[in-house]
Design a binder for this molecule. Sequence first.
Ligand SMILES: [Zn+2]
Length: 56
Amino acid sequence: MYQFRCGHQECFSQYTASDKDALMQQVEDHLKEAHNVDKATETLMSYLEQTCVTTR
Ligand SMILES: [Zn+2]
């Protein structure tokens, strides 16, 4: 399982998915809805993947 924990200040959203791509899609939607990020760049997504995603 892949787990994402939003690192944004005062945002404690968590998502889990069995597939990393599916998880990152959820993250992208979350960024749009919660953080007004209209276009999540590849740089941002890979940064978040490295810093906020854990596997277990
Ligand atoms: Zn968040």
